[in-house]
Design a binder for this molecule. Structure first.
Ligand SMILES: NC(=O)c1ccc[n+]([C@@H]2O[C@H](COP(=O)([O-])OP(=O)(O)OC[C@H]3O[C@@H](n4cnc5c(N)ncnc54)[C@H](O)[C@@H]3O)[C@@H](O)[C@H]2O)c1
Length: 325
């Protein structure tokens, strides 16, 4: 792969910031794009950007669906490697504000596909998909060849849509492209709408935490540093794998299925404080269980997650306390 800049969208986001940091530490030049939308704390996004101050980091506050502005920035750098993490994330918010998902995840992704396909000597577009696309599949662990055509949320539908759009660009124009299905990512600088963050906040405040489906939910929790290793390996791997796939798609999980109450116990232990529980029914659009088979990413990308929740959750909680001092 060339040493041209890496074009990274969603760089002020949780996974984006960690990805940019790793790339900069490896001596890469990163062109970062983010619209800093107010889906959650804008201050948190701006503080993440402060972590990225570096002579090789070039930031543009733009919306990926703004085609003209994106074309201008693109022309300045002519990137050959792209990591698209910008998206409207979250399953539950897709019920409240469906239009945000189409603008960022569908129109925005189309702009990225078009820019990549017209770029001379283009090498690889890596884009974020999600475990949510497995919907209510019950065959565990999830393997990449399982059916994903029955999404149970609009968020999942837009991410499945990304996989289909990428497939058509690969078929029509030979676009080198790699899809990554992330499984519940957590860690320092995490998202305020996700379980570890919400639980820690509630326990510290002495407030009851909402526990959906009485905690009878399981997730394959993946530490952010492990996800970043998978993303960086993917963007530097030619997207034709040993089986001859031209648009490989990989699960990036931890290959462990953890009970939600176990996460709460780990947070309680680290804080030295008990949680108050507010039992809630299962939320519309949520899946009960996720569990990743990661053999394919191991074989092709050398992906090998290192962090268990026993290490990762206390790391997150320590960051949370430090950040909110
Ligand atoms: N965190 C997880 O557990 C998880 C799991 C599966 C998939 N993903 C996917 O990984 C990616 C990154 O997730 P994250 O957890 O870092 O989320 P995040 O919300 O923290 O980061 C996304 C960033 O993209 C930006 N953004 C959104 N729409 C944009 C647009 N139209 N133009 C420019 N910037 C835009 C946001 O401001 C935000 O900073 C997303 O695509 C998400 O769907 C995340």
């Amino acid at each position: 792969m060339s040493k041209s800049p890496v074009f990274l969208t969603g760089c002020a986001g949780f996974i984006g910031m960690h990805t940019a940091k790793r790339l900069l530490a490896q001596g890469e030049t990163v062109v970062g794009v983010d619209n800093i939308n107010p889906y959650y704390s804008v201050e948190l996004k701006r503080n993440r950007l402060k972590e990225l101050e570096h002579e090789n980091f070039h930031f543009y506050e733009i919306d990926i669906s703004d085609r003209q502005t994106m074309e201008k920035v693109w022309a300045t750098y002519e990137p050959k490697r792209v990591i698209n993490l910008a998206a409207q994330a979250g399953v539950r918010y897709s019920i409240e504000n469906p239009f945000a998902y189409i603008a960022s995840n569908i129109t925005g992704f189309l702009v990225i596909l078009e820019l990549c396909r017209h770029q001379k000597d283009f090498e690889n577009l890596v884009y974020a998909s999600t475990s949510s696309i497995y919907g209510s599949n019950t065959q565990m662990p999830f393997t990449e060849d399982q059916m994903t055509a029955l999404p149970i949320s609009l968020y999942a539908a837009t991410k499945s849509g990304n996989e289909l759009m990428a497939q058509s660009y690969n078929y029509l124009y030979g676009l080198p492209v790699t899809g990554l299905r992330f499984f519940t990512v957590y860690g320092p600088w995490g998202r305020p709408d996700m379980a570890a963050f919400k639980f820690t906040k509630a326990i510290l405040a002495g407030e009851p935490l909402d526990l959906y489906n009485s905690g009878k939910m399981k997730r394959d929790f993946t530490y952010v540093d492990d996800i970043v290793s998978g993303i960086v390996a993917a963007v530097n791997t030619k997207p034709t794998n040993k089986k001859g796939e031209r648009h490989p798609i990989y699960n990036l999980g931890n290959n462990r299925c953890e009970d939600l109450p176990k996460i709460i116990s780990l947070i309680e232990e680290t804080l030295g404080k008990k949680a108050l529980i507010n039992p809630m029914p299962m939320q519309l659009g949520d899946v009960q269980e996720t569990y990743a088979n990661i053999d394919k990413a191991k074989a092709d990308l050398g992906y090998s997650p290192q962090t268990t929740i026993d290490q990762g959750i206390p790391n997150f909680v320590r960051w949370y306390i430090d950040y909110h001092k």
